[in-house]
Design a protein around this ligand. Structure first.
Ligand code: C5P
Length: 228
């Protein structure tokens, strides 16, 4: 008798070690509540609803203890660790503490309203054989390139906006981080591309927007209240 192959285990690294400076807050951005629930809690919930098995949350050093109380619904599935100076340092530390998994997702805690179907889409694309997967949305504003003291129009249809969670074969992401050295990358897919990996896209969603400015917080609050 042949048994079905085991489903690969999926881990998520939820990076939440950034400050709240741009939002003008004293507390870290990921700890800010959206309709009564911390941003990082919403992000972790979305990962689990989308098919993730376990998560490492990377928190600001002074906030690890506080963050560890943010996930009472998942006492055995969430590990909270201390982050690094740059986002990529936080992801690297997450990889160290992640343990074994075949598939790893890296998600910005600052995208708390990401729909679980986007998470599922990313996981399925990696499961189907893509080593690196990113959710994308079209660029809706016109774009211009800066040329010294002038600007020139560019064709916006050739650009895509990249969201998270980004999905990876775990060993590919580990290799990319091992070879990154001191070079700075804005996301993990770009780091994987630098070691020659193809990057596949899946449709993202407007709700996966990143909370950056105070206005984003207002928008998230209104959306979250409407859903509850
Ligand atoms: O600053 P920005 O919003 O682009 O950060 C994206 C995500 O990376 C956020 O969720 C933030 O908490 C996280 N981050 C991190 N460690 C850093 C810097 C940012 O985990 N050193």
């Amino acid at each position: 008798m042949t048994s079905a192959p085991a489903k690969p285990e999926v881990a998520a690294i939820v990076v939440a070690a950034g400050s709240g400076i741009r939002l003008g807050r004293e507390i870290p951005k990921a700890a800010i509540e959206i309709a009564g629930v911390p941003m990082v809690t919403r992000s972790v919930q979305a990962m689990f609803s989308g098919g993730v098995d376990k998560a490492v949350v990377v928190a600001p050093e002074a906030w690890v203890e506080r963050f560890s109380h943010f996930f009472p619904a998942y006492p055995d599935r969430v590990k909270v660790i201390s982050g690094g100076v740059m986002r990529q340092d936080s992801v690297r530390l997450g990889l160290v503490h992640m343990g074994d998994a075949d598939i790893v997702l890296v998600h910005d805690a600052a995208r708390p309203l990401v729909p679980p179907f986007v998470v599922d889409r990313v996981i399925e694309a990696v499961r189907d054989g893509a080593p690196v997967v990113i959710p994308v949305v079209p660029q809706v504003d016109s774009l211009r390139r800066i040329r010294r003291n002038w600007t020139v129009a560019v064709d916006r249809s050739t650009f895509l906006r990249v969201q998270t969670p980004q999905g990876f074969e775990a060993q590919v992401l580990r290799r990319a981080h091992a070879q990154a050295g001191d070079k700075e990358f804005t996301d993990d897919a770009t780091m994987c591309e630098a070691i020659g990996m193809p990057v596949m896209t899946v449709p993202g969603d407007g709700l996966a927007f990143k909370i950056t400015d105070p206005m984003d917080l207002v928008l998230a609050e209104v959306i979250a209240r409407g859903e509850s």
